[in-house]
Design a protein. Structure first.
Length: 76
């Protein structure tokens, strides 16, 4: 049954391929499914790092004197 999901053709080093193959076998899933899950996990981790960096930047420039109080924030 053909799928409508986009596909990516990726060239991997032998050791990386073997590692993903091992994990897929261990979990009883296809190589494609395991690769997809690992990519998704890596993207979520990458997003977390970017958001953390953004939060640190905002925290460094935060000025309490310009901040709204709790009451001011929720009464808008």
């Amino acid at each position: 049954m053909p799928t409508k999901n986009p596909r990516i053709n990726v060239m991997l080093e032998k050791r990386l391929y073997q590692s993903i193959q091992y994990l897929a076998r261990k979990e009883g899933v296809s190589l494609s499914l395991k690769a997809r899950d690992l990519i998704r996990e890596a993207l979520e981790t990458h997003e977390d790092v970017l958001l953390s960096d953004f939060a640190k930047m905002r925290e460094a420039t935060f000025k309490r004197s310009k901040a709204l109080s709790h009451e001011e924030t929720w009464s808008l």
